[in-house]
Design a protein around this ligand. Structure first.
Ligand code: 5GP
Ligand code: ZN
Length: 114
């Protein structure tokens, strides 16, 4: 599905819903999370609708280009080399918005896992 009119992240990618966009190209968009969980909390999404990372990869999406965009976004917001990258795959993992997104969390010391 290229675009889902009911999907809030598709609407943000189409600039039909306001968001604080920090980086954009023809494949991906990065914007600030509306409810930040760290000093810097940016979301990176593909412009085309895809539910989560597993579907993106199954559809032949380029993880190289996506991660290069993530890295450039981190540099853009001033956290290059110092950030946490998280993507939730599926509801049981805590995914709320069913459009693939990476959380870039940074700007402060983050608690470790485990
Ligand atoms: P998930 O739990 O699905 O991995 O994360 C969804 C994220 O999207 C949450 O961190 C939430 O704050 C953020 N979010 C939900 N709705 C909006 C919105 O309309 N605008 C922006 N900028 N972020 C949103
Ligand atoms: Zn979508």
């Amino acid at each position: 599905m290229a675009n889902s009119s009911s999907c809030i992240f598709c609407q943000i990618a189409a600039e039909q819903l306001p968001a604080e966009i920090v980086r954009i190209d023809d494949e991906f968009v990065a914007f600030r999370d509306v409810s930040p969980r760290a000093k810097t909390h940016v979301l990176v999404i593909p412009r085309s609708h895809v539910e989560h990372l597993d579907d993106f990869l199954a559809d032949g999406g380029s993880s190289d280009r996506m991660l290069a965009f993530v890295r450039a976004t981190a540099a853009e917001v001033g956290v290059e080399g110092q950030y946490r990258l998280v993507t939730n795959v599926g509801e049981a993992a805590g995914q709320v918005v069913p459009h693939l997104h990476w959380h870039i969390l940074a700007g402060q010391r983050l608690p470790g896992f485990g």
